[in-house]
Design a protein around this ligand. Structure first.
Ligand SMILES: NC(=O)c1ccc[n+]([C@@H]2O[C@H](COP(=O)([O-])OP(=O)(O)OC[C@H]3O[C@@H](n4cnc5c(N)ncnc54)[C@H](OP(=O)(O)O)[C@@H]3O)[C@@H](O)[C@H]2O)c1
Length: 345
């Protein structure tokens, strides 16, 4: 199936802007749905890209925006809920994670059916698991199951499915899911956050210092999405995306310190100290650095089971080849821009 027009949810974010740029460079028409159009300023300038202000949680709006599209890509995700404090509840069926990671994918699947879109790329994350202790990972895991189930249901022989009280004609929904490790690149929040902390403090008490990651470059993640769009070999598949090397969190933070010329003392915290540090940080006003839910997520290593998926005909870049350039450029001016962005101004 030839894919020429793509609708993207979450296209204004860190991964989204790189993906939209790559798709535009391939001459594809891209419609980005955003809650605030002015936040996607750099995308508006791209010739084949339209940025539409939309409430993506509104089903009829979604259907309207999906009409005439060949594919939909859902990148929407959050790392923290706006109200934290009851994360030990056993269910993810509440709060922002439920709304953004579960209800939204459900609406996206339904809107694909209603508008005749047959191709869906879904962004998940390594560690996504409906049984995880982390509500983030649970909600991502539930969404994965929903997306896979929708694809199976729609490709069944009968090709009819239940839509509320009535049966409507089904369609083929070809889905591909992606589960990246932590993603790095200019504008990332992970390494840049540690770069900022290392500049501010002579020592760094570090929670979950032994957790393992295989950071993957944002351009490689975007390219994997773009390459899979019209490749039937990727239909129905789930791809774990990792960079070539694995590091503990402590090694990563030490590396960032070296690169920016601030080799600080790092104090690895034990299990309980990590938990209480995460808890204390939940009270910090403004942007959250860490929560207990993040702590639970960090209890599982963020690494792939195999190597880079051979279906993508390129090799992922290493952290060392990319990160120094943008980490060293983390100047006061850049930080000011970052503060403004976080304040959404
Ligand atoms: N960054 C990583 O290291 C990493 C690792 C693994 C997986 N992922 C996954 O990759 C995806 C993209 O990550 P990212 O780093 O690019 O995130 P990001 O920069 O925070 O962008 C997320 C996008 O989602 C949209 N969004 C956020 N909250 C929303 C809400 N409540 N309702 C509707 N839309 C909302 C925003 O769009 P508007 O503001 O324009 O509406 C934003 O463009 C996420 O699903 C994330 O879980 C990221």
């Amino acid at each position: 199936m030839k894919i020429e027009r793509i609708c993207i949810l979450g296209g204004s974010g860190f991964v989204g802007t790189r993906l939209v740029s790559q798709l535009a460079a391939r001459g594809l028409e891209v419609r980005v749905l955003s809650r605030r159009r002015e936040m996607a300023k750099e995308l508006i300038l791209l010739p084949t890209v339209e940025v539409v202000e939309a409430n993506v949680h509104d089903q009829p709006e979604l259907i309207q925006h999906f009409r005439g599209m060949d594919a939909v890509i859902n990148l929407v995700g959050i790392l923290h809920e706006s109200k934290i404090g009851r994360i030990d509840l056993p269910s993810a069926r509440r709060g922002d994670f439920q709304k953004v990671h579960v209800e939204l994918p459900r609406k996206v699947i339904h809107a694909c059916g209603q508008s005749g879109v047959q191709r869906l790329l879904h962004m998940s994350a390594l560690g996504a698991d409906p049984n995880s202790r982390s509500a983030y990972q649970r909600s991502k895991g539930i969404a994965e199951a929903l997306v896979r189930e929708a694809a199976m249901r729609h490709s069944q022989h009968e090709n009819w499915y239940l839509n509320g009280p009535k049966f409507i004609r089904g369609y083929d929904l070809n889905v591909t899911l992606f589960r990246p490790s932590v993603i790095f690149g200019r504008g990332d929040s992970f390494l840049s956050m540690f770069s900022r902390l290392l500049r501010m403090s002579p020592v760094l008490p570090l929670a979950s210092a032994g957790s393992r990651f295989a950071p993957v470059h944002v351009e490689d993640v975007a390219r994997a999405f773009a390459d899979s769009l019209d490749n039937p070999a990727t239909y129905g598949q789930t791809y774990e995306l990792c960079g070539p090397n694995t590091y503990t969190l402590q090694e990563l933070v030490a590396y960032v310190g070296e690169v920016i010329g601030k080799p600080r003392g790092i104090i690895p915290l034990g299990k309980w100290a990590s938990y209480f540090q995460a808890w204390a940080m939940e009270f910090k006003p403004g942007r959250k650095l860490m929560t207990r839910d993040n702590y639970y997520a960090l209890c599982t290593d963020n690494v792939c089971r195999g190597g880079w998926p051979p279906v993508f005909d390129f090799q992922p870049a290493s952290l060392e080849a990319i990160a120094p350039e943008y980490l060293r450029a983390d100047t006061p001016r850049a930080r000011y821009e970052d503060y403004r962005e976080n304040a959404r101004r």
